[in-house]
Design a protein around this ligand. Structure first.
Ligand SMILES: Cc1cc2nc3c(=O)[nH]c(=O)nc-3n(C[C@H](O)[C@H](O)[C@H](O)COP(=O)(O)OP(=O)(O)OC[C@H]3O[C@@H](n4cnc5c(N)ncnc54)[C@H](O)[C@@H]3O)c2cc1C
Length: 403
């Protein structure tokens, strides 16, 4: 177990995704070294897009990587532009161009995941990332922790951060293996070269077409060179959960038969779309045991319907690094404080993201009309203020003042 120590602890971060690299970057910013163990032979994100909301942009600025990130991102003028499935009637939207920075001090961006990963990686010393290290076990007996890897090698650590995603080995070690359940939903996704995409999909807007049992999202990424397209539909018997599984354009089109004909052109441009089943997990009430904790999707996987999973992983990283840096004499207590600051917020986001699956997929009828009326009366930029205004530094200051 982790002993009280005044020397800097050996910190192992398991997983070199957005959460793991953000953790290493924020620890570095606090003057703490860490080692990232990643199973993949190289750091690369398979193609897909992300919305980087003001709460995530604030953290990129703090790391000093926002300017570099912006070079390849797209600054949005319009966010959460909900459209009716049949004819594209706009039900509501965020006017980001006029208000986002004034309200939250940052803009909203869309980006290719690889560009976000590269921005975070630029703040992590190259020598501290060990690729090709698939962790197969974590021993928690004894004076310190031992990570065991598939190639038979091991590594010791005083603090272990499980940023190893939705199938986390660290979570299984701490809380027992419990496979995620299938949500009944699957996602189709594609990156469409901008010249092949219709004009409406090239606007700097995050657009969501919502209708019975389905919804479809698109926005430009990669400096406008590509349009990210992701669509959600009933999974039926489909249970493959892989970023590399594919579908056909015909299967994709069949799911959206009868929708606004403008979408047909966009879906046709999807080439060979990816397809995967969305997993579901109930929120955990705590994440840490001694000097071991969880972060990002390992701790709180969420449906992508508030576009906040990566943003929450980055916030986790900032809070975790702050707690550890302020509590090096007792890392286990620091991790409990981290968890105490983060669990309520991520649980709320898991819950509201889950709820949106029902709301976005209502069949036409009374409930759908009530939803559309509520959307029309709401300014989502203000309604989502609790998400966008969050600042880990303020949380850490509040914690320090309360101690
Ligand atoms: C369709 C979709 C759209 C999304 N849109 C958005 C969005 O717009 N905005 C947003 O903020 N979020 C979005 N998200 C969520 C976001 O992608 C995730 O929340 C985020 O990537 C989680 O990062 P992570 O680092 O915790 O986990 P992961 O990205 O899963 O990274 C885990 C890493 O750990 C490694 N690993 C796993 N097991 C081991 C092991 N045993 N040993 C060593 N390494 C291991 C993996 O190889 C991987 O590199 C979306 C998600 C989906 C599915």
């Amino acid at each position: 177990m982790t002993a009280r120590t005044t020397a800097a602890p050996r910190i192992a971060v398991l997983g070199g995704g957005i959460g793991g690299l953000a953790t290493a970057a924020f620890l570095r910013r606090e003057g703490l070294d860490s080692t990232v163990y990643e199973q993949a032979p190289r750091l690369a994100e398979v193609g897909a897009g992300l919305v980087v909301a003001p709460n995530a942009a604030r953290q990129l600025r703090r790391l000093g990587v926002l300017d570099a990130f912006r070079d390849r991102a797209v600054r949005l003028d319009t966010g959460w532009e909900f459209r009716r499935w049949q004819d594209g009637t706009v039900l509501s939207s965020e006017n980001l161009a006029d208000s986002c920075e004034r309200l939250y001090g940052e803009q909203t961006y869309t980006a290719h995941r690889a560009d976000l990963l590269a921005a975070l990686q630029s703040r992590v010393p190259a020598g501290s990332v060990r690729l090709g290290h698939e962790c197969v076990g974590l021993d928690t007996a004894g004076e310190a922790y031992t990570l065991r890897f598939a190639d038979g090698s091991t590594a010791g650590a005083d603090v272990v951060i499980g940023a190893d995603g939705v199938h986390s080995v660290v979570r299984d070690t701490l809380f027992g293996a419990a496979p995620a359940t299938y949500s009944g939903l699957c996602a189709f996704r594609a990156l469409v070269p901008a010249p092949s995409a219709p004009e409406f999909a090239r606007r700097p807007a995050q657009t969501l077409w919502i209708g019975p049992d389905h919804h479809l999202v698109h926005y430009p990424v990669s400096g406008g060179d590509l349009v990210n397209l992701v669509a959600f539909a009933p999974a039926g018997a489909y249970t493959t959960e892989s970023w590399t599984a594919t579908a056909t354009v015909e299967e994709f089109l069949a799911e959206f038969a009868g929708w606004d004909p403008r979408l047909t052109g966009l879906i046709r441009a999807a080439g060979t779309p990816g397809r995967w089943a969305l997993l579901d997990r109930d929120p955990l009430t705590h994440w840490s045991e001694g000097g071991v904790t969880l972060l990002g999707d390992a701790a709180h996987p969420m449906f992508p319907f508030f576009a906040q999973g990566a943003a929450q992983a980055i916030e986790d990283a900032a809070v975790l690094a702050g707690c550890l840096a302020r509590g090096l004499d007792d890392p286990a207590a620091a991790l409990r404080r981290y968890e105490g600051l983060r669990v309520p917020r991520t649980t709320r986001l898991q819950t509201v993201s889950h709820g949106r699956a029902h709301v976005n997929h209502l069949p036409d009828g009374t409930e759908q009309r009530a939803r559309d009326t509520a959307y029309a009366q709401e300014d989502p930029l203000l309604a989502n203020g609790w998400i966008y205004e969050y600042d880990p530094e303020a949380e850490l200051d509040r914690m320090a003042a309360a101690r």
